[in-house]
Design a protein. Structure first.
Length: 309
C-alpha cells in the first residue's frame, strides 16, 4: 500500500437513506416489489399489465405450507435472519427454512426481492431448489432444499484442504451452475464464496444465496453496481468499473485455491495473523498480481487451470 492512503483506483460510496417499509406493501398486506408479489399464500411474478392492479395469489393443492412443517433446530444465522432445519409433518422430508425479518433498509429488501425472483424461476440441478416463499406479518419465509453436508466453508473447517480429484468434481458442478445462471438466466451471482456453495451426502454441490445477484440486461452483459463479499471480489468490481460474468469465475478461482491450500489466497502482511484492515485487503486485490497455485505442491494441470482464471 502507498503511504498516505489507499490506491486511487478504489472507490467507496455511502449507502442511501432508508425508506419506509410501507411502500413495499399493498393494502391487503402483500409484499410487492415491481412484478414480485409475496404473501401468506405464496409467491407470484405478475405480468407488466398486472402490476398496477395485481390479482390475488392462489395457492396450489400440492403447495407446501408453513403450517405443515415442524422446526427441528437453527442451522444458520445472519444479520438479516436465521436458517432452520424443518421437517414436513406428513412426509417426513427435511427442508431448510430461511426466515428474514423485513425491518431492514431498502437496499437489503431489494436484494431479498431479487433472490425470491431468481429462486422462483431457476431450474438447475446445481442450484439449490426453492420450493416456496411466503410473506406474513413483517417476515419473509423461504422453504429451500436441505443440503445435509452444510457449506464448503463448514467442510473446510473439518478437513483443512481438499485433494485435487475432489476439487475437480466440485469445480465441474459449480461451473455447470454458473453456466446455467450466466447463459440461461443472464445472471451474475456476485457473491460466490465457500459459504454459498452447499454440499450433501451424495457428493452434490449446489450454488445458493442470490441476494446480491445482478441481472445482465444490457447486450454487453456488464454491470457496474458494488455488492457482495469483498474477499472474493474481482479487481474490476472493487475499483467500481464495469464487470461481467467473468467476475464469478474469478471468485471461483479464489475458492478453489483456498480449498487446495487451506488458506485464503491473499496472504496478509508479514507478521499479521490475518487481514485486520478491510481497506488493505481490497487494495491488495487491486494492486497485487493474481494469486497462483504453488507449482511444487500441485500438478501442472491444476496450476495452469488456476492461472487461467
Amino acid at each position: 500500500m502507498k503511504k498516505g492512503g489507499l490506491s486511487p483506483k478504489l472507490k467507496l460510496t455511502l449507502p442511501r437513506d432508508d425508506v419506509s417499509f410501507a411502500k413495499f406493501l399493498t393494502q391487503s398486506g402483500t409484499f410487492m416489489d415491481g412484478d414480485l408479489l409475496v404473501n401468506r399464500d405464496g409467491v407470484r411474478v405478475v405480468s407488466q399489465s398486472e402490476v398496477e392492479v395485481p390479482p390475488p395469489i392462489q395457492p396450489t393443492d400440492n403447495q407446501l405450507s408453513l403450517a405443515d412443517i415442524d422446526t427441528i433446530k437453527v442451522i444458520g444465522k445472519g444479520s438479516g435472519g436465521i436458517v432452520q432445519l424443518v421437517r414436513h409433518k406428513w412426509t417426513g422430508q427435511f427442508f431448510a427454512l430461511k426466515v428474514i425479518q423485513m425491518n431492514i433498509e431498502e437496499s437489503a429488501r431489494k436484494q431479498i426481492a431479487q433472490e425470491l425472483k431468481i429462486n422462483q424461476s431457476s431450474q438447475c440441478p446445481n442450484i439449490v431448489v426453492c420450493y416456496q416463499s411466503f410473506y406474513d406479518n413483517g417476515t419473509i419465509s423461504i422453504i429451500l432444499e436441505y443440503m445435509d453436508g452444510g457449506s464448503l466453508a463448514d467442510f473446510l473447517k473439518k478437513v483443512k484442504t481438499i485433494p485435487e480429484p475432489y476439487l475437480a468434481a466440485i469445480c465441474k458442478q459449480v461451473l455447470k451452475g454458473l453456466l446455467y445462471l450466466h447463459h440461461e438466466k443472464h445472471i451474475i451471482h456476485r457473491d460466490l464464496k465457500p459459504s454459498n456453495l452447499l454440499v450433501n451426502h451424495r457428493g452434490e454441490v449446489k450454488i445458493t444465496d442470490f441476494g446480491v445477484s445482478a441481472i445482465m440486461e444490457s447486450t454487453s452483459g456488464q454491470a457496474n453496481t458494488f455488492l457482495g463479499t469483498y474477499n472474493y471480489m474481482s479487481p474490476e468490481r472493487i475499483t467500481g468499473g464495469k464487470y461481467s460474468s467473468k467476475s464469478d469465475i474469478w471468485s471461483l478461482g479464489l475458492v478453489l485455491l483456498e480449498c487446495a491450500t487451506g488458506q485464503f489466497p491473499y496472504i496478509p502482511p508479514e507478521g499479521s495473523e490475518g487481514w485486520t484492515n478491510f481497506f488493505e485487503l481490497m487494495d491488495s486485490i487491486v494492486s497485487q498480481p493474481p494469486p497462483s497455485a504453488p507449482s511444487d505442491q500441485f500438478s501442472a494441470e491444476f496450476c495452469s487451470f488456476i492461472s487461467a482464471w
